[in-house]
Design a protein around this ligand. Structure first.
Ligand code: SF4
Ligand code: SF4
Length: 147
């Protein structure tokens, strides 16, 4: 049986730091307890204060970063970009190599309309992409909802 993914020849991606994926309500950024600890440390804020000011619990009981009034991620500044770049959550690090985007060629192409870095820049080998997607920081929440 052919178990090669459709992207067996690799995929091109290079982040252009346009910030489109961080603003305008592009998505929910899930957080683990460890990620909250790291972000609280990064902002030199007590853990509980960080939770109160920067996070919210969604209707499924999952912890997420808050959004600003304009729907930008609370950690995003339009003139600076991500203010916690070195400590950004896993799903931000693994984007766009999320299982949901890699599911089919069509889902990848759909995502490419939202991110100008997709299908541009260096080639990422399928093996590398598979490793990233294995722990993309978002699929576990999707699976939990489906269960
Ligand atoms: S939308 Fe794509 S290119 Fe723009 S910042 Fe996000 S990952 Fe980078
Ligand atoms: S945490 Fe940083 S990288 Fe992730 S969505 Fe917010 S601003 Fe963007």
């Amino acid at each position: 049986m052919d178990d090669q993914p459709w992207y067996q020849d690799g995929l091109h991606f290079h982040c252009r730091t346009c910030g489109l994926c961080c603003k305008g309500g592009r998505g929910n950024v899930f957080l683990s307890d460890i990620e909250i600890d790291e972000l609280a440390q990064h902002f030199d804020t007590p853990n509980e204060t960080f939770r109160e000011e920067y996070t919210r619990t969604n209707r499924n009981g999952e912890l997420q970063l808050r959004e600003k009034r304009n729907k930008d991620c609370i950690l995003f500044k339009r003139d600076l970009g991500c203010t916690a770049y070195e400590h950004r959550p896993l799903q931000c690090r693994t984007y766009p190599f999320w299982n949901a985007n890699l599911y089919t060629k069509e889902s990848w192409q759909d995502e490419s309309r939202k991110c100008p870095g997709i299908d541009a820049g260096p080639l990422h080998q399928a093996a590398e992409i598979k490793i990233i997607a294995k722990n993309d920081g978002i699929e576990m929440y999707v699976k939990k909802r489906r269960a």
